[in-house]
Every structure is written in structure tokens, then in C-alpha cells.
Design a protein around this ligand. Structure first.
Ligand code: AMP
Length: 220
């Protein structure tokens, strides 16, 4: 399957993406994770991306689209992928469409994770991620690690993302509403959008998502 995950920052995209990708046996492609990996390796791309990320802005399309394309062209993504955080504006969605058309393939679904604004702010404020792998995500109250500050998966140090500070989160939400939300209408016009609530326990949301994707697949 080829799936795009959308939703505001803090809706649980990263957490659900890891679980869904495992269940569906497709690679999880997160542009945020790719940028963070570049930042920790201190590459030129990482330095550029960090300046935008820390301000809560989108990294420019020229850089982002090329990076996403390179990742999607890796052999493990030949039969499907779960995109998390890409596309994030209509220009990126159009670029993705062109890319898929060149390969004669289509998206199967766009999964839209809904969460109220006060909830996403709470989720982001308590979010902690692992220095070794930013797909290892915890929350100080909703999904606490067994030992405070230590990743359950690999023992790495847990930290708060620089862009999870309150001011940056407000900016990211603003950017989400103005730039990312319009892609939902873009994909609705293609009949691809499946909306679910991301409220409730993590496992329940995963089951809800799998159920919705299965119904969508069966309806095709
Ligand atoms: P995320 O981990 O998905 O919350 O992304 C963290 C930050 O990385 C975002 O706030 C953006 O600054 C940047 N970023 C991630 N994906 C994209 C994208 N598709 N386009 C532009 N910037 C992105």
C-alpha cells in the first residue's frame, strides 16, 4: 500500500506511523526524521533544515522534495510506503503526484488524524524522543518510558525536541492550518481521504486506523 499520513503536529503521526508501517510491512518515511538524522550528522542539509525547523517553518520545497524522492526510490519502498510529514503543502502534493505518475503508480489512501488543538499542545509539551532514533517517541504522562529519560527500545537518552517549545508549537500549528490543511481538500478531490480521530489509547488509534484503511481498500 502507498499511504500518506496527515494531521497537526502532536496528533500522533510519528507514533502511529511506526506501528502501521510494521503491521502493513511497508517502510515508514518521515521527512522530519530524515531532517533530524541530517542535523545529528551535521550535514549541510541538516544545518539548513535546522534553521527553518527551529523557527517552526517548513524547510523549502526544493530541498524537501529532492530528499523525499531519493528516499522513495530506495528498493525497500518499491512496493509501498507510509509517508509521514510529506507532503506538507499543495506544491509538494503536486510534486508527489508527478513522481507517482512517472512510475505509473497511485496512492491508496490519505489517512487524516484528527485531534483537538488543546490536546495536541498537551501531547507536544510532554513529548520526549530518543537521541539515537527519533522514531522512538515517549510522553511523560501518556506513554512514559520505564526509566525517566531513558529510551525503552535502545537505552538512548530521551530529550525534548528544540521545536517542541511552546512558541514554536504555536507557529507550527499556524503553518499546519495555512499550508498543510489545504492538501486534505486536494486529496479529497481525488477521493483518497480517510479521516479518523486520534483520541484515546495508542493501541486503539492503531486499530481504528487499520480498520479504516481496510474498509477503504475493500471499497476500491
Ligand atoms: P515533523 O517531525 O514531521 O514534526 O517535522 C519537523 C519539522 O521538520 C517541521 O516543523 C518542518 O520544519 C520540517 N519538515 C518536515 N517535513 C517537512 C516537509 N514535508 N516540508 C517542509 N518541512 C518539513
Amino acid at each position: 500500500m502507498r499511504i500518506v499520513l496527515v494531521g497537526p503536529p502532536g496528533a500522533g503521526k510519528g507514533t502511529q506511523a511506526v506501528r502501521l508501517a510494521e503491521k502493513l510491512r511497508i517502510p515508514h518515511i518521515s521527512t522530519g526524521d530524515l531532517f533530524r538524522a541530517n542535523i545529528s550528522r551535521q550535514t549541510e542539509l541538516g544545518k539548513l533544515a535546522k534553521s527553518y525547523m527551529d523557527a517552526g517553518n517548513l524547510v523549502p520545497d526544493e530541498v524537501t522534495i529532492g530528499m523525499a524522492k531519493d528516499r522513495m526510490e530506495q528498493p525497500d519502498a518499491a512496493n509501498g510506503f507510509l509517508l509521514d510529514g510529506f507532503p506538507r503543502n499543495v506544491a509538494q502534493a503536486e510534486a508527489l503526484d508527478r513522481l507517482l505518475q512517472e512510475e505509473n503508480i497511485r496512492l491508496d489512501a490519505v489517512l487524516d488524524l484528527e485531534a483537538p488543538e488543546d490536546e495536541v499542545v498537551k501531547r507536544i509539551a510532554g513529548r520526549r524522543i530518543c537521541r539515537n532514533d527519533s522514531s522512538h517517541v515517549f510522553h511523560v504522562t501518556y506513554n512514559a518510558s520505564r526509566e525517566e529519560g531513558v529510551c525503552d527500545v535502545c537505552g538512548g537518552e530521551l530529550y525534548q525536541r528544540d521545536d517542541d517549545s511552546e512558541d514554536t508549537v504555536r507557529k507550527r500549528l499556524e503553518v499546519y492550518h495555512s499550508q498543510t490543511e489545504p492538501i486534505i481538500d486536494y486529496y479529497k478531490a481525488q477521493g483518497l481521504v480517510v479521516t479518523i480521530s486520534s483520541m484515546g489509547p495508542v493501541d486503539e488509534v492503531t486499530q481504528r486506523a487499520l480498520g479504516a484503511l481496510k474498509r477503504e481498500d475493500a471499497a476500491r
